[in-house]
Design a protein around this ligand. Structure first.
Ligand code: KG4
Ligand code: ZN
Length: 352
């Protein structure tokens, strides 16, 4: 059995997966409510909460399951340094006591392989087409990867400023929908009549970021300024914000603009690389408007689009246990590692 611990940000997770791909333990303690009063994640509070939650959660795991663990994995990066250390040190202790090998796992690699996890029609997981493009969109990341194998992963582009989720969380804070904001904004946008992919594109004067720029990087700070200006009726320093009635249309337009800007770079990467499929992953990949948009565009391009089950988009340890299983089954041996807050998937465990 494959056990994994995830504490890279503000979710504490412990999962155990059978060799057949069945989750027998899937524990997730969300810290969202603790951070809400501060309008964002407070790193010190997150690290302390992992330290107190991990032992409690571990004690709730059935002893027979613990005894059947053959391989242990823990997220070693990237993430908040204190949070990573909490998980890595706990995992070191437990794996030492159980005499099981410990693997340092890359959080981004976990997201990248989450679309292939077992769910519904795929009880043992989906076949992984190589090479494929992986677009990771979350609160901390907006990155495009070329994935040639489990360990041959090249980053083709990334945001040069804000991540997509960061933009959504900021807009949510200004409109008063709280933190994190993506899900609340989606609910409001979905109130727009006849919402179909692209229907609201251009309704407001929002720039499509980096649409004419060379390369595969993304940028969301210009779009953030533009939408904040509209929300604050043209004056960024003003406290008066747009009427609530207008939020749905504006947010539908925002999601369509985001989807379009993401797709422009993916389409460019498809032209430049011969790939079998594209995937979406990360917290923002839950968004049904972005999913619809990508589904329609992928169909037009005649390329397969593989989406993760919605429960595996936000940070979770299930995807890390799945990654561990894939790594072990590919023959990868455990290597010495340290928590590394800037670890990119190009450098494999033991290679940094
Ligand atoms: O993957 P994740 O849990 O954390 C990071 O690794 O960053 O993603 C969190 C992000 C937040 O910015 C949140 O607002 C966004 O995912 N999010 C959504 C939705 N649900 C969560 N964005 C758009 N639509 C949603 N339904
Ligand atoms: Zn994440």
């Amino acid at each position: 059995m494959f056990a994994a611990i995830e504490t890279s940000f503000d979710e504490t997770g412990i999962s155990v997966l059978t060799p057949a791909g069945k989750l027998v333990v899937s524990l997730l303690a969300s810290q969202v409510e603790r951070h809400q009063p501060y309008g964002g994640c407070v790193p010190e509070l997150a690290a302390r909460t992992h330290l107190s939650d991990l032992p409690q959660m571990w004690r709730s795991v059935d002893l027979a399951v613990i005894e059947s663990i053959s391989h242990f994995g823990v997220t070693a990066g990237p993430g908040l340094p204190g949070c990573l250390l909490a998980g890595v040190n706990f995992a070191r202790g437990v794996s030492h006591a159980l005499k099981t090998p410990l693997y340092g796992l890359n959080h981004l690699q976990g997201h990248i392989f989450s679309p292939f996890m077992p769910f519904e029609d795929y009880p043992a997981g989906r076949a992984i087409p190589y090479p494929h493009l992986a677009l990771l969109i979350s609160g901390g990341h907006t990155e495009l990867f070329l994935v040639k194998s489990l360990t041959d992963i090249t980053r083709l582009g990334q945001t040069v400023d804000d991540a997509v989720g960061e933009l959504l969380d900021k807009v949510s804070a200004v409109l008063g929908y709280g933190y994190p904001g993506g899900a609340a904004l989606e609910r409001v946008a979905l109130r727009s009549p006849d919402l179909i992919a692209g229907r609201y594109y251009g309704t407001y004067d929002l720039p499509v970021p980096m649409s004419n720029s060379p390369g595969l990087n993304f940028s969301y700070s210009g779009l953030k300024t533009a939408i904040l200006r509209i929300i604050r009726s043209g004056d960024l320093s003003s406290d008066t914000v747009l009427d609530t009635k207008e939020h749905s249309t504006l947010l539908a337009c925002l999601f369509d603009t985001i989807a379009e800007s993401l797709w422009i770079k993916v389409a460019k990467a498809i032209m430049e690389n011969k790939v079998e499929a594209i995937t979406l992953s990360g917290g923002v990949a839950i968004n049904s408007i972005i999913r619809q948009h990508f589904t329609a565009k992928a169909q037009d391009h005649g390329i397969a689009l593989l989406l993760p089950a919605k429960q595996y988009c936000l940070d979770n340890s299930d995807m890390m246990a799945w990654l561990l299983k894939l790594l072990v089954e590919s023959g990868l041996k455990p290597a010495a590692f340290d928590a590394d807050s800037n670890w990119i998937p190009e450098r494999q465990v033991g290679g940094h």
